[in-house]
Design a protein around this ligand. Structure first.
Ligand code: FAD
Length: 240
């Protein structure tokens, strides 16, 4: 850092020099863990007070049987929808009666599973920051798969060939995601528009941000809009 500017960055043992730096990685991780305190627009105390969007508990399965009465996209809404959201946002615990999504791409594209089999992906919204170990993962996965078995009236467990669970600690290890959240900051009133972390650093003149923590927010098309906003900011300031 020189004169309020980032001049160089070290990555993979190499040093890179540049005029303008755009960060598309996890905003909180970059600010808190990679910038010195005096260069952080949003220090640790800021993030600790934020409301995070849910984390995602994901189960990938490859099974050696065909399933009936299952579509490409399947949504299960528990009767106690509000209870699930209370568990995610208020109680911050593993949901007792979760609603979930099941993706079965082999229903429309047989090439994604060996003949006679199916591929499934379960996605359960869960609170960010939950403690997650192999015991908890296995038992929660069992709860979801068994529930789905009873819902569709067909066995899945005896036919499992491949199983992979992806949850909080994977989001942290692979994406430096804050508290293992899958989507970053929630879109609450006080974390939207003017109140959302800025696309430009207030501390370093040539540092910009894009992605789901910035404006407008979460989702692939929305993140592309954030890149447009940042592009416009850079164009306005640098004329290119
Ligand atoms: C399970 C799931 C399902 C979703 N479904 C949808 C959907 O159907 N529709 C939709 O619109 N959106 C969906 N989303 C949300 C959407 O994917 C995200 O909002 C969007 O991808 C976020 O983009 P981003 O650029 O902010 O972050 P990311 O796409 O996470 O990109 C950030 C990148 O930075 C990298 N990184 C982190 N730290 C460093 C570092 N120190 N150095 C270098 N690189 C680093 C990470 O590895 C990552 O590749 C889904 C998200 C999840 C998790």
């Amino acid at each position: 850092m020189v004169d309020g500017l980032i001049k160089e960055i070290k990555a993979g043992g190499e040093i890179f020099f540049f005029d303008i730096f755009v960060c598309s990685a996890d905003y909180r991780n970059f600010e808190v863990n990679l910038l010195p305190k005096e260069s952080q627009t949003y220090p640790e105390e800021y993030w600790e007070k934020r409301t995070l969007s849910p984390g995602a508990f994901i189960i990938y399965l490859g099974i050696g049987r065909k399933l009936k009465n299952v579509e490409h996209h399947n949504l299960y809404f528990n009767e106690s929808w509000e209870e699930h959201f209370d568990d995610v946002f208020k109680q911050k615990k593993w949901p007792e009666k979760p609603s979930y999504y099941v993706h079965v791409p082999s229903k429309t594209d047989p090439s994604v599973a060996p003949s006679g089999g199916e591929t499934l992906m379960f996605l359960v919204p869960v609170a960010a920051g939950l403690f997650d170990n192999s015991e908890i993962r296995e038992s929660f996965a069992e709860k979801i798969i068994s529930h789905f078995e009873s819902l569709i009236g067909q066995k899945i467990y005896p036919f499992i060939k491949v199983k992979r669970i992806y949850a909080h600690k994977d989001f942290i290890n692979e994406y430096n995601s804050f508290k293992g959240s899958a989507f970053g900051l929630a879109h609450t009133l006080t974390q939207t528009a003017f109140f959302r972390p800025k696309n430009k650093s207030r501390k370093l003149k040539n540092l910009y941000y894009v992605g789901q923590y910035t404006n407008p927010g979460i989702g692939v098309p929305i993140c592309l809009l954030s890149a447009q906003i940042t592009r416009n900011l850079i164009k306005r300031e640098y004329g290119r």
